[in-house]
Design a protein around this ligand. Structure first.
Ligand code: FAD
Length: 387
């Protein structure tokens, strides 16, 4: 797995060493079965709770570890190199938690952050609907105020952590007539209860083990005190800030997958022989390995640099977008190249390479598709370089 490198501080290294031991002992031996039988990794999640990973970015004032985003990215990179599914168990949970930490009222922070940090309350973000994902302003889930409650009706689609988790940051319309549309959008802290219905666990190409579901809200009631920030109409902006962090997470996953594919290919190509020598001595294979290693290292630099910008509180949508776009394409390309290097064995369920190949495409789509990332990057470049 990973060795200490020039980017690691001493404190980070202690945490990452602990994580590496956990991944090697508690996760790696079980991945094959959990993945192929599509089993939710309950024991692994319990250990992740004990390690405090659900509170990794939450401030110590509210019971979290208060790690930097750079360290968080390295945690996600390492997890994804072993089994990408477990990184998803904390990703959208962390976005929910940080949305409350950044935008919540003091009362909301005191009530929810300590419970998010321990994993007692666990979940993610409920944004996407059957008819819209990229165009979030088109959502149709409505929350109508009735006295001191909101009554929610609508449907959500592709919501990760919604079957085994118990809470979501839920994007709703509190004013369906607002113009512009985003002024009528709000975020609610939605704990499971009557009318919050998990209608179906969705079958996926990869990213197995973790639960991604379709949801229905049928006169689901939420206390009005759970409107994040206490003011209606801020929900889209609140969640878009959270998605910057989500993009860094997905970029780190792409990096982990790219690194895993490279490591697998490096090892295999030294043992597999054709025409009397290991295939790594054929130049055609060396060209692939050279490109895979370069893509991986370039991804690493982009991911850590976007995470460092986020830690400084700088506007970093272009940087997070570049890291997400480049590192996830690197994950996809490296997975395919690793499959070619493995020959027929790359297509076998006995090896990790086919899992990497099934996991990688999700990263091109989630947290803003790579088409949208390129558009975001271009718009930012134009804005920063006005003539
Ligand atoms: C396994 C999995 C887990 C997920 N987990 C979650 C979750 O936890 N919470 C959640 O809320 N969502 C989740 N999603 C949903 C995910 O965020 C969306 O699928 C994604 O945002 C894309 O939305 P869409 O699928 O509706 O595609 P669409 O928005 O319909 O886009 C379709 C295509 O059109 C392109 N496109 C759209 N608009 C433009 C434009 N203006 N310019 C150029 N191209 C455009 C897109 O890039 C894409 O190629 C998950 C999805 C998957 C597959």
């Amino acid at each position: 797995m990973h060795t200490a490198n020039a980017y690691d501080t001493e404190q980070e290294q202690l945490i990452l060493d602990m994580l590496d031991r956990f991944l090697a002992v508690e996760v790696q031996p079980h991945v094959h079965k959990l993945e192929h039988d599509d089993i939710y990794p309950e024991e692994i999640v319990e250990k992740m709770k004990e390690m405090g990973l659900f509170g990794c970015l939450i401030s110590p004032e509210y019971g979290g570890l208060g790690l930097s985003t750079v360290t968080y990215a390295k945690i996600i990179e390492r997890m994804s190199a072993v089994w990408m599914s477990i990184s998803g168990i904390i990703n959208s949970h962390v976005i929910m938690a940080m949305t409350v930490q950044r935008n919540g009222t003091e009362e909301q922070k005191r009530e929810f952050l300590p419970r998010f940090a321990t994993g007692e309350l666990r979940g993610g973000v409920g944004l996407t609907e059957p008819d819209c994902g990229t165009d979030l302003q088109a959502i149709r889930t409505v929350a109508r105020r009735q006295g001191d409650k909101y009554v929610v009706n609508g449907a959500k689609m592709w919501i990760t952590n919604s079957m085994y988790g118990n809470c979501l940051a839920l994007l709703v319309k509190t004013d369906t007539q607002a113009n512009p549309r985003h002024r009528g959008m709000s975020l609610l802290i939605a704990e499971k209860g009557k009318g919050f219905i998990v209608s179906k666990k969705l079958e996926k190409l990869g990213y197995k083990g973790i639960d991604t579901c379709a949801l229905n809200f049928d006169d689901y009631e939420v206390d009005a005190s759970r409107l994040i920030g206490g003011v209606e109409g801020k929900g889209l902006q609140q969640i878009l800030n959270g998605l910057e962090l989500g993009r860094i997470n997905v970029a780190a996953r792409g990096l982990g997958v790219a690194q895993a594919a490279l490591s697998e290919a490096l090892a295999y190509s030294q043992t597999r022989k054709t025409f009397g020598k290991p295939i790594c001595e054929h130049q055609a294979i060396q060209l692939k390995l050279g490109e895979m290693a370069t893509r991986t290292e370039a991804s690493r630099l982009l991911v850590y640099s976007a995470a460092a910008a986020y830690d400084k509180g700088e506007r970093c949508d272009a940087e997070a977008g570049m890291a997400k776009f480049f590192a996830t394409e690197a994950g996809m390309e490296n997975a395919l190249e690793a499959m070619r290097i493995f020959g027929g064995y790359g297509y076998s369920k006995e090896y990790n390479v086919e899992r990497l190949y099934r996991d990688a495409p999700l990263l091109l789509i989630g947290e803003g598709t790579n088409e949208m990332q390129r558009i975001i990057i271009a718009k930012q470049m134009i804005e920063r370089n006005r003539v």
